[in-house]
Write a protein that binds this ligand. Structure first.
Ligand code: NAD
Length: 472
């Protein structure tokens, strides 16, 4: 056999780097898990803690390489296709074409180590650095609505910041989450990373999430989900990021480009069957343009339900009896599917179900996460802004406005205080699709980190050198 010298050198290098890490096969069963998947939460956390200790010795160059390995493995066509399909099949929510877009987005536009900028102060007393340093082990709780997108963007940001991460996926998204975590582990092992930087348990459950939250080695909690889990992590006594529910209103006034607004609203509302927490959930339109807006929305793929009896039927079908939550079986389902259940048959061109309602209607008040879009008429733009603030429920999440009146755009942006405010575009422009900026699937309104990036998962530390190294 004739070995090329370069190949031999590369094999030797790989073996040496693995021996260096104390394991001949990083990430594999030798480390106790099955490519990052452990039987018990205790084992998972302990493995992540050991991994993070090793990770402290890796360079920033190494971190960049591992982050790139995560991006690359997700972007492999076969993997992207598989996780996008499986997410829809397993959760019964959303649509494959949109999952492809969202997973690709998470892999390409979640910031890596470049996000971790250093501040330096120098003077007669020396040099002081303020740097972003890891928390250690992070416990990340992920939702059914964006199961893979959240694992991708959290893994990239958390590892870029030097942490390891223990995921607690939603039990209804178990298969796809575990599959993705194993893919990431294999990719990290190939890139030479310490084993078990990204781990989870074989049976995700509320008990396991609680065990994770209570484990002393977990130094930070990040919850992406509804109000219950956000409240739980914020009451944990640990540093926590809460990325909670939204109910994004859209205001349209008489100065807007109505044809474009109609198209943007239908596109944003129907994106992944309205699963994104940022997606348009109710429209508040100034009376003078409301009819023309609805006319154009119909041209863009909205189906108007006028019969009050059918609207009532829809309410009974998709809103739980408590009047506060959607019926899970309809979350992330298509407009066509939902209409069929009330005896209305439409073609695939119908993307959104719309109807005129009053402000107190459950479709306005409840975060439905399905393409049902109520339209509420108001006399003027000031009344629209006031109503938008009320129906957003203080989530400080996302809002949209279509207007060319700079004063009113400014007024709404200031008063509504949402983390994302999109002017004259669809909601997804706010997470970097057709709008400037990076992406994230963990939007932290309640705790104020906003669109989380690597630096959200890091601690600010000051390192002071007294005297010297001042070259001015
Ligand atoms: P969910 O709250 O039902 O579940 C989210 C996660 O929390 C899951 O992993 C679940 O297992 C866990 N969980 C829930 N209650 C728990 C408890 N009592 N103890 C332990 N773990 C618990 O939410 P979901 O239906 O999966 O996702 C939809 C919700 O998430 C919506 O409200 C949506 O707006 C929100 N969301 C917010 C963002 C954001 O970035 N702000 C992103 C995606 C989803």
């Amino acid at each position: 056999m004739n070995f090329d010298e370069k190949v031999v050198a590369s094999i030797v290098q790989q073996v040496l780097s693995r021996v260096d890490m104390g394991s001949a096969e990083p990430g594999c069963a030798a480390a106790g898990g099955d490519w990052g998947v452990f039987e018990t939460m205790n084992e998972a956390v302990e493995a992540a803690a050991a991994a993070q200790k090793q990770y402290l010795n890796c360079s920033m160059h190494d971190r960049a390489k591992y982050v790139q390995a995560i991006r690359d493995v997700v972007l492999e066509e076969e993997n992207l296709d598989y996780i996008s399909r499986l997410a829809v099949e397993e959760t019964g929510m959303g649509a494959y074409e949109y999952k492809l877009v969202k997973n690709r987005l998470a892999a390409t536009k979640s910031p890596g180590i470049e996000d971790l900028t250093t501040d330096a102060m120098s003077g007669d007393d020396g040099l002081t650095l303020v740097e972003y340093s890891p928390f250690g082990v992070i416990g990340a709780i992920t939702p059914t609505t964006n199961p893979t997108e959240t694992v991708i963007c959290n893994s990239i940001g958390m590892l870029a910041a030097g942490n390891s991460v223990v995921f607690s996926p939603h039990p209804r998204a178990k298969m796809v989450s575990l599959h993705l975590i194993q893919l990431i582990n294999r990719a990290l092992a190939r890139a030479g990373a310490p084993a078990n930087l990204v781990v989870t348990v074989s049976e995700p459950s509320i008990e396991n999430t609680n065990a994770m939250m209570n484990h002393p080695a977990v130094r930070m909690l990040v919850a992406t989900g509804g109000p219950g889990i956000v409240k739980t992590v914020l009451s944990s006594g640990k540093k926590a990021i809460g990325a909670g529910a939204g109910n994004p209103p859209v205001v349209v006034d008489e100065t807007a480009n109505i044809e474009k607004a109609a198209q943007d609203i239908v596109d944003g509302c129907s994106f992944d069957n309205n699963l994104p927490c940022i997606a348009e959930k109710e429209v508040i339109a100034v009376d003078s343009i409301a009819d023309y807006l609805m006319f154009n929305m119909k041209k863009s793929g909205a189906y108007e339900v006028k019969d009050p009896a059918v609207i009532d039927k829809l309410v009974k079908l998709v809103v739980q009896e408590n009047g506060k939550s959607p019926v899970t079986a309809f979350v992330g389902k298509s407009a066509r599917y939902i209409l069929e259940k009330v005896g209305i048959s439409v073609g695939p061109e119908v993307k959104v179900i719309m109807m005129e309602t009053a402000e107190d209607h459950p479709f306005v008040q409840v975060e439905l996460m399905m393409p049902i879009l109520p339209i509420v008429r108001v006399p003027d733009v000031d009344a629209a802004i006031d109503m938008a603030i009320r129906v957003e429920h203080g989530n400080r999440h996302t809002a949209m406005m279509h207007s060319r009146n700079v004063d009113k755009l400014t007024k709404m942006a200031k008063l509504i205080q949402t983390t994302i405010f999109v002017k004259n575009g669809p909601s997804y422009a706010g997470i970097g699709v057709g709008g400037e900026g990076c992406t994230t699937f963990t939007i932290a309104g309640p705790t104020g980190e906003g669109l989380t990036t690597a630096k959200s998962f890091a601690r600010r530390r000051r390192c002071v050198l007294v005297g010297g190294l001042d070259v001015r």
